[in-house]
Design a protein around this ligand. Structure first.
Ligand code: CMP
Length: 138
């Protein structure tokens, strides 16, 4: 099924200058970059994006981390894009992510994990609309 998913290249990966390498991996995996922009999230925007986690103990740290530097947000499109992206990212905790996955190669720990990807079709829809208008998606 042709799907779209939201990707965020997080501040840790931007600072490591691996945006190009991560985008290359998306494309090599058959995902098309349908939209992309660089942003510095305000704490308020990061808090709204991650509102589903607001009761979690890591929420405040996560909001601080995500607003600590620029990010690149992108819409990826392809067959089973949501699951495909999750495979190439690897598990949330970078210390448990195999080498060869984006988090295994570029993440540091469970918070500084290089990339975000939508976890299902409903979230993908919501997350894409959070950052992009229809006219910005090619
Ligand atoms: P992400 O896929 O963007 O979804 C929520 C984020 O919260 C996650 O990646 C991590 O950056 C962060 N996160 C998830 N679990 C933890 C945790 N146990 N401790 C700290 N940060 C976490």
């Amino acid at each position: 099924m042709l799907e779209r998913t939201l990707s965020i290249i997080k501040p840790d990966a931007v600072q490591k200058r691996v945006i190009g390498e991560i985008l290359r991996r998306f494309e090599a995996a058959g995902l098309r970059i349908a939209a992309a922009k660089m942003l510095r999230l305000s704490p308020d925007t990061a808090a709204r994006f991650y509102a589903v986690h607001r009761e979690r103990p890591f929420y405040q740290d996560l909001v601080r981390f995500m607003s600590s530097g620029p990010v690149l947000v992108a819409v990826l499109e392809g067959e089973n894009a949501i699951a495909r992206n999750r495979e190439i990212m690897g598990p949330t905790d970078s210390t448990k992510a195999p080498k060869g996955t984006i988090r295994g190669d570029f993440g540091t720990d469970v918070e500084k994990n290089a990339v975000h990807g939508s976890d299902g079709p409903d979230t993908a829809k919501w997350e894409i609309a959070f950052f992009f208008s229809e006219s910005e998606i090619c």
